[in-house]
Design a protein around this ligand. Structure first.
Ligand SMILES: [Zn+2]
Ligand SMILES: [Zn+2]
Length: 434
């Protein structure tokens, strides 16, 4: 036997061993894991070349592929479809590709035809070089979506029309709203007192904490509605009152004494609640993207294609549900100025329909200490039925800064997020006490 022939046999043997290992592991993978698999296998987007990586979250070369796939996904968004199938968690999804080793990368051209496959780790440079060799130009052919977004709204205001001259102690840490001293909530933190406009903002903050929450409420005091004195949050009695006309939200008043609370209840109606019951009510509805506590009255309603209903605490979080679940969704979000309903349907991570067609998004931004603009957070985002409404709203909110973007762009921004970024959505920055 000549040398090359011998090597050939060895390679075939190694491959055979790998097949056995893969089949064994697939067989032993519990059925429930398949549903949780990270595979996001969609139908090939029309006209896009596709890179499919079949691997597992536990094999070392597979792990090395993960950041490369994320980079390619971002850098070539709209030009290259990048997908990953965890064949251990989701063997059914991997089976049609009949692979022998993990990781394996399969290259499909824009017509969906397989052009090449590679086994083992494959560097980013090599992947790009291979596409080039296959005659697939990833730099050209701007997708329809991108040209749509580049023709989108151009309005922006990056400097506030008026400086925020309120004293810091009068501004809610979470929503930037005015603090009414009668509903003030204070959270003691290592870095000082965190002041909030009321129990609802407190529960939003609480719902976003990643730290151990044991005994967290011991750090919390609420103002007595009657005299403004600080009362430990857990001992106060809460009057959960009639909904405010403008917002549809309940009013919550805290009292140190049950008698005072009862007197107010007789005057203005509502129910008396303990802290625990209030907390249960407040945490019942959550944002389907960032997991914040929301009031259904002022959240966006989000329906997924398989009939699950959830909420978006803001318009952009509502779009984020598509990124978080990988499902097609329908969003019902009122215009921030007029309350007129805007309906967005997504398909495969793109906007499939928009009602009304003129609807645009406001992307609230603020200047970080390093001078760069970052998202101003959920309270500062919104949809409008048209750019005129958006401009009117910006005029009415002189401290708002940010820019108008198309809703397609707002969705694309969410679809670009990595799994890790989605995981910590809203758990960073504005929500944590600082
Ligand atoms: Zn607030
Ligand atoms: Zn949210």
């Amino acid at each position: 036997m000549n040398k090359i022939w011998k090597i050939g046999i060895v390679v075939v043997l190694i491959a055979a061993v790998a097949i056995v290992i893969i089949n064994k592991q697939m067989g032993s993978s519990p059925g429930t894991d398949a549903d949780k698999g990270t595979a996001q296998v969609s139908q090939p987007a029309a006209g896009l070349p596709r890179l499919l990586d079949l691997g597992s979250v536990s094999c070392i070369p597979c792990k090395m592929m993960a950041p490369i796939l994320e980079e390619l996904k971002k850098e070539y968004a709209g030009r290259l479809q990048v997908e990953f199938i965890d064949v251990m968690a989701n063997p059914d999804a991997g089976a049609p590709y009949k692979i022998s080793l993990i990781p394996t990368q399969v290259f499909f051209d824009a017509s969906g035809k397989e052009r090449f496959r590679h086994e083992g780790f494959f560097s980013k440079e090599d992947i790009l070089a291979k596409w080039k060799e296959l005659g697939v130009d990833l730099s050209a052919g701007a997708p329809a979506q991108a040209s749509q977004t580049s023709a989108g709204p151009t309005f922006s205001r990056m400097e506030p029309a008026k400086a925020d001259d309120r004293p810091k102690t009068a501004i809610c840490h979470l929503c930037d709203g005015d603090i009414n001293p009668k509903t003030l909530v204070v959270v003691k933190s290592a870095k000082g007192d965190v002041r909030l406009c009321g129990p609802h903002c407190y529960f939003i903050l609480y719902s976003c904490l990643t730290e151990d929450k044991t005994d967290f409420e011991k750090k919390v005091s609420v103002a007595d509605w009657a005299d403004g004195a600080a009362v430990p949050a857990t001992t106060a009695v809460y009057l959960y009152g009639a909904e405010e006309k403008k917002t549809g939200r309940p009013t919550i008043k805290a009292f140190a004494s049950r008698e005072a609370a009862e007197k107010e209840r007789q005057a203005s109606g509502g129910n008396l609640l303990t802290w625990n019951v209030l907390q249960e009510k407040e945490l019942a509805a959550r944002c389907g993207f960032c997991d914040r506590a929301v009031y259904p009255q002022d959240a966006a309603r989000v329906d997924t294609a398989d009939g699950i209903h959830t909420w978006g605490c803001c318009s952009h979080c509502a779009l984020g549900v598509a990124a978080r679940t990988g499902k097609d969704i329908t969003i019902y979000q009122p215009d921030r100025l007029t309350g007129e309903m805007i309906v967005v349907k997504t398909a495969g991570g793109n906007v499939a329909s928009l009602e009304p067609k003129t609807a645009v998004a406001w992307f609230g931004l603020r200047k970080a200490p390093d001078g760069k603009f970052v998202s101003a957070g959920c309270f500062h985002q919104g949809f409008f039925v048209n750019e005129d409404n958006l401009k009117k709203w910006v005029e009415q909110n002189p401290t708002a800064t940010g820019k108008a973007i198309s809703i397609a762009q707002a969705l694309a921004d969410k679809m670009k997020l990595t799994a890790q970024q989605i995981q910590k959505a809203c758990k960073i920055g504005e929500c944590a006490p600082k």
